[in-house]
Design a protein around this ligand. Sequence first.
Ligand code: BGP
Length: 467
Amino acid sequence: MTFPSWFMFGAATAAYQIEGAWDVSDKSESIWDRLLHTQPSLVVDHSNGDEACYSYDFWARDVEMAHELGLQMYRFSISWPRLLPTGFPNKISMNGKSYYSKLIDGLLKKGIQPVVTMYHWDLPQSLQDLGGWTNPLIATWFADYARVLYTLFGDRVKYWITINEPLTICDGGYNKMAAPYLNDMKISNYLCSKHVLLAHAKAFRAYEEFRKGYRGKISMANIFFWFEPLDPQKDKEATQLAMQLWEGRFGHPIYSKTGGWPPELERYIAGLSVSEGYNQSRLPPFTPEEIQLIRGSYDFYGLNHFTTRLVRKATPKTAGDWPFYGSKELGVSFVNHPKRRTIVIDWFQIYPEGLRKQLHWIKDNYEVKDIMITENGLPMLRLDFADYDRVDYIREYLKQVLLAINDGVHVMGYIVWSLMDSFEWITGYKVKYGLYEVNFESDYRLRNARESAKYYRKVIKSRSLNV
Ligand code: BGP
């Protein structure tokens, strides 16, 4: 079995995780800068992204690595506060502009398509001070920022990801798991969800206007763990509802035929809100115009997939929160499958078939034609260089992608998280996802291809897994 000629291979990074240079030139503070400067102990090794891989200076090496691998796509993100220090288009940083411009041109010169994420969590602190994702105006701020990106880079960038993982932004950000590290899983996380969707949709509509002269594709990247019931009968309903809270909350408004919140979820939260004494649902309603604006705002489904979990019905008291923010809301908890291998992080189980099932689920539940796997990868702790587990992981997950393609699911491409070791949000520099090892101890310019990089390179070259 070989990969079809149109299938693209890639690898990903994100600005805060690799760039460093957090206060170089006129870059302003992001919410992650603020959070980790004021509360360093939130990260396992008390580290932060101040220096990270210093890609701000060594971007040419990043391009070289992408080229060595033979990638067709390199997914990276633009730091909003680096490009627009005030958060608004009234000031465009010339250094920010030139940095991303050089990176884009460097990639194109090597025949690599840039896949540009507009927002990978590093909101300008100035916008957080105005309420961040809970302020309804953020949809307009984001669309204004997106227009700047199209104007500056839209002639060269053909793949855009508006927002990376709305679930992490909203449920992580308002459940003290991610910046802005606030605590309100009743109202703010849902307000944020609505505003993220509107921001995405406005940026998409702005692109529809812009791209008349340029071809290009745009979507969001949703984090979607595959969920299965622990007990096929007893836990079936809880699993379906969990899918709607975690994926459907962001998927249904964009990709379904009808748009709006998933009806089961809407009913469930409305009922719960009333029982808690609220006089209206905590899930804020959409107007019919908003539903129309959001529905269909995509060219493909961007999927971040890492693992599969088993869902068990529990009482809100016994429901476990971590890492599945909000599981108390549904009264569910997540358990590991006794026979599947768990690796590094206590909830990370290897189950490649989960990806194929999930690809089918997307095809069956939505109107989506094309799916792009925007992130998939394996965390490792071991400091030694040989990452044979990652080789196996990539091989087995890609095999499921091939099977799904043969089943008739149109998967456009596959992007590994991550091109290189970088700052991980909670686990700092302890957990490594890189195809390339970065030597953080002595010299971050030293970046060496791991076994997984060598393997991935052969796969890309031969377009087959039998290498
Ligand atoms: C995704 C993020 C990435 C990356 C990856 C690994 O959710 O988009 O930025 O961090 O997960 O995650 P973690 O560090 O939580 O293991």
